[in-house]
Structures are given as structure tokens and as C-alpha cells.
Ligand binder design. Structure first.
Ligand SMILES: [Zn+2]
Length: 445
């Protein structure tokens, strides 16, 4: 955020550092212009007011992964404020207010050798990788408008997709590029004031966030209903036990002693910077369009998982939306069809009920590497109807009376013998499942 170190996720530890991010005496920060542009872009997408006079502040605290002894952040005058994020739902829209979106620098990464959760068990030392230190961090704070774990899940998934499509970040949670804290409080139906909230920290998968919130909601309800009182604290969600545990308190917000960063002038983005922002069609708008064509859940999944492009390509080549959505999410898992292949793929998909499973999966797998030979695939159209197979099965059973007798006498392993005969006679085109059922039915009657 304030130096020129490259950001490479898998770079060897402590090789992307410089005097600025390692806080050598006398090193001075220079803000990253691109990070500021991208923050403004997000601010515009979230209908925020963009500050004409934003201020970087020092947030003071001591931790080994913060060599300066303070983090440069924004406190009283963030770059973006008072926005709103609209989330389409199955029957309307939810609006989540955006309190602020500000820029700061990330701390370095501390690896507690004693255990994955960070609270040392066993080993008594920690390791620090300063590569991450100084990475631009865009913090988005929402208003307390989210009413359930489900809604939090929708909010985060759509926000992530928006960030990705705006080109701000790949926002891959498993790489730590997107992290979330959730503040949770419960109240009685009809109650208007909020009760004491707790904060779940640093959750790093959508699934864990939703489950963490649910676990904390359960805990708070229990506390209130048993006559206790929820206390404000920071919590970790333990996935294995599906419970939350209190974290040892660092400092309270008041202890950070924020003050304006003396090494940086106030940030006054010119009008031209705002005018240069060009927003693409945002994912929320596409979910709204798609929920008219497919179920809302499928629309949300398609748009927020990157399967939408495949589905649109299939639809452009003549497939109906429900089939295209289902195929893209299930059968084409991890496969990106070639544009040249799409018409052939659509033909194969339309005939998939009649094609042998092998031919079908070969076509899918080939759709991202080679052209599909539709004629060859369709030549393998299977004989799937029991009515077509029945005369053949009758003939085979009649031709093998001793095997039929043995089967009826308990040698059920002979089923494979009969199925094999049918498959041979049909050049492998019969659907083995249908053949199995048919023969079994015949032999038990
Ligand atoms: Zn650096």
C-alpha cells in the first residue's frame, strides 16, 4: 500500500520486503495510486459518497507482525462512506447499508508453530512472513442490516463476485485475499434496539461464516434464555466442534490512539478520478435477470461461482436456460467449453439421455481441449428402452436354459453372464442399468 514490493502469493517467505514495509528508520510511505483508484471504483459501485478529503491515520498497537508499532489506516475520514448494497433475493431485494469502505495496510503473517488456530499448543515459538506486510487492504463495513446467517452468506457471496468483476481482487478466501468478521447480536421479535454484540473474527470460508454465525446465535439465545447476559467479546469459531470460543482480548478500540499520519498529506482525489470510473454490468443485475428464467438459488449459484459464462455459452447455442444452468453447475464441473465446441456440446447434451455414459463423459471432458465429433458420439446412442431390449433378453435366456436354472437355484453371480451376452449382441449400446433390471425381473418371475 505504501511501498513498491511485489505481491506474490507463493513467493518464498520474507523475499518481497523493503525498508518501507519493514519500517526501517527514515523510510517514508507513498500511497499506492492504483489501490486508491480501485477503492473509489468500489465506492461508486456501492453508491458511497467519495470523500474529497480523506485522511490516513496511525492505529497504534504492538504486535510482532507489525514492525512499525502502528498500522496506517483510515479512521475519522475514510475514502468511501454511506453507501448501499442491493442483494436480489427470491422475491425482491435486500438492501444492506455500507457504513464505510477504507484503505489500510495489512500486517505481516504470523504462523504460530504450536497449532493451526494460533494459540500455541506444544511448540513455543512463532514464525513471521513479512511478504504480506504492507499489502493494500480494503475494509468494507456494513450497517447492522443483515438479519440471518443466510442473508450474510448472500451478502458476502455477491459482494465477493462484485469485487472480482470490478477487477479489485481475485478475492480467493483460501489465499486469505478475502476475510470476514461478523458482529452478532440477537433480540426478541418486535424489539427495536440492538442488544450487546460479539465479534467473530477472521473467518475464511463462506460455509464457516454461515455456520459460525448460526453457532453464535444459538449460544446467545441460550445465554439470554437462561437468565444470563451476553458480554461484548471477540470470538473464534471452531469448525470441528461447531462452537465459538472467546479469544484473549487485544486492545479495545479506544486504546489504538488514532492520530493523522504525519508522513502523509490528506488524500484529495480529483474529480477526474471519479469521472474515469466505468462500471460494468454488476452481478446483482444479472441475478435479477436470471431469476426470471431459472430458480433464484440456481441464479445466485451460477453468478457467484463463475459457472455463468458456460451457461450463457450453451444458451447462445440453443440450450434452454434450466438445462444449461444445471449442466454448467453439475456435469461441466471444472470444464470450460471451447467456443468452437459449444454447438456440438449442446447437441450432445440434448441427446444425453440416449447416449452411453462413456460417450457422454468423453464428450464433456473433450469439450475444453478438442473438437467433439458429434456424429461419432451420436452413433453410440444407446438402446435404453426396456421394450427394445426385451425380445433380445428373452432370446438369450431361452438359449441358455442350464444357466437360467442355476441362477434360479441361487447362483446369482450368473447375472453378469446374461448382461454380458446382451451387451455383446448390442455392440455395447444397451444401457447396462436397464439390462440388469430387465434380466433380474425375468429371472425372478
Ligand atoms: Zn515493501
Amino acid at each position: 500500500m505504501f511501498c513498491r514490493c511485489a505481491l506474490e502469493y507463493s513467493a518464498p517467505e520474507n523475499t518481497r520486503t523493503c525498508p518501507v514495509c519493514l519500517a526501517h528508520p527514515g523510510a517514508l510511505p507513498v500511497p499506492n495510486g492504483r489501490a486508491i483508484e480501485l477503492t473509489i471504483k468500489l465506492g461508486v459501485a456501492l453508491a458511497c459518497e467519495i470523500s474529497e478529503h480523506a485522511i490516513f491515520a496511525r492505529k497504534n498497537y504492538f504486535y510482532p507482525d507489525l514492525p512499525k508499532g502502528y498500522q496506517i489506516s483510515q479512521y475519522e475520514a475514510p475514502l468511501c462512506e454511506h453507501g448501499r448494497f442491493v442483494i436480489p433475493t427470491a422475491d425482491g431485494d435486500e438492501v444492506v447499508g455500507i457504513t464505510r469502505a477504507h484503505l489500510e495496510e495489512d500486517a505481516a503473517k504470523t504462523v504460530h508453530a504450536g497449532g493451526a488456530t494460533g494459540r500455541s499448543v506444544g511448540a513455543d515459538y512463532s514464525l513471521i512472513d513479512f511478504n504480506r506486510g504492507g499489502t493494500p487492504l480494503l475494509e468494507i463495513v456494513s450497517e447492522p442490516d443483515v438479519r440471518s446467517a443466510d442473508e450474510a452468506d448472500r451478502y458476502l457471496r455477491l459482494l465477493r463476485q462484485t469485487i472480482v468483476e470490478l477487477g479489485i481482487s481475485d478475492a480467493e478466501m483460501e489465499k486469505g485475499q478475502l476475510r470476514a468478521d461478523a458482529n452478532v447480536s440477537v433480540r426478541e421479535v418486535g424489539e427495536t434496539a440492538f442488544r450487546t454484540r460479539t465479534e467473530l473474527k477472521n473467518m475464511n470460508s463462506f460455509n464457516h461464516i454461515a455456520r459460525g454465525i448460526e453457532a453464535e446465535v444459538r449460544r446467545q439465545i441460550e445465554v439470554w434464555e437462561s437468565g444470563g447476559e451476553v458480554v461484548q467479546q471477540t470470538l473464534d469459531y471452531e469448525v470441528k466442534s461447531d462452537t465459538v470460543t472467546a479469544r484473549r482480548q487485544k486492545e479495545e478500540a479506544d486504546d489504538y490512539r488514532y492520530f493523522p499520519e504525519p508522513d502523509l498529506v490528506p488524500l484529495e482525489p480529483g474529480r477526474d478520478l471519479l469521472e474515469r470510473v466505468e462500471l460494468p454490468e454488476l452481478p446483482g443485475a444479472r441475478i435479477r435477470e436470471l431469476r426470471e428464467l431459472i430458480s433464484y438459488d440456481n441464479a445466485l449459484d451460477l453468478v457467484t461461482t463463475g459457472n455463468e459464462r458456460k451457461a450463457r455459452m450453451l444458451v447462445a447455442n440453443g440450450l434452454d436456460w434450466p438445462t444449461a444452468a444445471s449442466v454448467s453447475m453439475n456435469e461441466l464441473a471444472g470444464i470450460e467449453p471451447l467456443p468452437d465446441n459449444a454447438p456440438a456440446l449442446v447437441t450432445v447434451i440434448k441427446h444425453r439421455q440416449g447416449i452411453t455414459r462413456d460417450a457422454y463423459s468423453t464428450s464433456l471432458a473433450g469439450s475444453s481441449t478438442t473438437l467433439i465429433d458429434v456424429d461419432a458420439v451420436l452413433a453410440q446412442v444407446s438402446i435404453g428402452e426396456a421394450s427394445e431390449l426385451e425380445p433380445l433378453v428373452d432370446r438369450i435366456l431361452a438359449a441358455n436354459p442350464s444357466q437360467v436354472e442355476a441362477y434360479r437355484g441361487g447362483k446369482e453371480g450368473l447375472l453378469g453372464f446374461f448382461v454380458g451376452q446382451v451387451m455383446r449382441e448390442t455392440d455395447g449400446k444397451a444401457d447396462p442399468k436397464v439390462v440388469n433390471e430387465l434380466i433380474r425381473a425375468k429371472l425372478s418371475s
